[in-house]
Design a protein around this ligand. Sequence first.
Ligand code: SAH
Length: 462
Amino acid sequence: MLLTISTTHQPATDLGYLLFKHPEKCQAFELSFGTAQVFYPEANETSCTAALVLDINPVDLARGKAGAKRQTLAAYVSDRPYAASSFLSVAISQVFRTAMTGRCAQKQDLADTPIPLVARIPVLPSRGREGFLRGLFEPLGYEVRVERLALDEAFPDWGNSSYFDVELTHTIKLCDLLSHLHVMIPVLDDDKHYYVNEDEIEKLLRHGEGWLSTHPLKEEITSRYLKRQRGLTRDALAQIAVEEVATETPEQATQEEIIEQRMSLNQQRMETVVATLKANGVQKIVDLGCGEGKLLKLLLKEPIFLEILGMDVTHKSLEYAQERVLDKLPTHQKGRLQLIQGSLNYRDARINGYDAATIIEVIEHMELDRLAAFERVLFEFAKPRIAIVTTPNVEYNVKFENLPPGKLRHPDHRFEWTRVEFQNWANAIADRYKYIVEFQPIGNIDPEVGAPTQMAVFAASV
Ligand code: SAH
């Protein structure tokens, strides 16, 4: 298997810095399934090419080492040693591990700069579909040159194979090119030689950060990357859908705070929620869409709340919550808080049995057509005694001086509702699932447009 990466960015030999592989050396790396070699067939001022050659022993493969499947003759004559597949994808991520992170101590500026790059994969399987191959790379800005390989050059009558000789050209950061290749190669091959579990979702999100959530084929990419496992694909897509929030750093989060002057509004919101929970005498609370754990932190300060569960769909938010809240608790308090990853759009027994559920500034991050699923998950299945939902009141947006007219408060908000819209939604739910709902404004109340945040408190009526 062969992959070459070339650049004409001058001095071209700087490619060696970016890849952490010296252009004058030929280096070998032992991997669990074979040997990878990196060398430079060409390395001068004006152009430089790095080659990754991967040798897999087909006999080892067939005999059960390195992910073989069946002990049949087919195992001995498979295409695995010759076609780009998950073996090459793993080799890329291992041999170019540091390059993929985008770090380069000696040439960080260069690593951060899009440079002209050409990747060539001489044997890339795509089940005979050139359109799919183009559909994967063209939306990412690549110029794609493909040549379909004959089944056997000596017998042109036999027609084409399902393999392509592919050249991808783009002015792009090297780390992005490597991430794209790492994800797309097994997607095209539609197989993986190893067992795929939840860890693979984390890898996909990491390598897909910044491009997968907006890719027109994101569903197909996700499904194939996860070896078409439905449950994993569903979880991954749920996380990808909120990627903008997921990748939101605390600094970016302050953008919404600036618009809302949220230091005080957020504080008021959280305090109102805590007071409502206390007034309802609850002890076990699940905070759904807990984000980085601001509410969890306040809840922990109240000894009457005995059991607290934080759930969020994104691992990033949970990492923040873990670092900022859970890890900071004294040992004897740690048992009160648990963090789990999960999506509010799917029924989940882990959120059953709580006195109260809080859904604070979360619903507006869901697509309207997913909201119906959320309603059933919460009110039909989890059925907490109390549910508190807050969301922006869009009428109030005219009061934010730094928010252009018609814009929502955060780029990931899928909608923001007026008071009537919110109340209609909540009343219909209360009717359907036998709850009594009351509304409360949070923040400064304007006589015309109301308060910036609106809260609905649902109490089970049976
Ligand atoms: N409740 C927190 C965070 C609000 S931001 C607070 O008030 O500070 C919205 C959060 O909802 C994000 O952390 C996002 O990851 C999460 N989220 C969005 N859609 C979700 C879904 N379908 N399931 C679970 N969490 C979701």
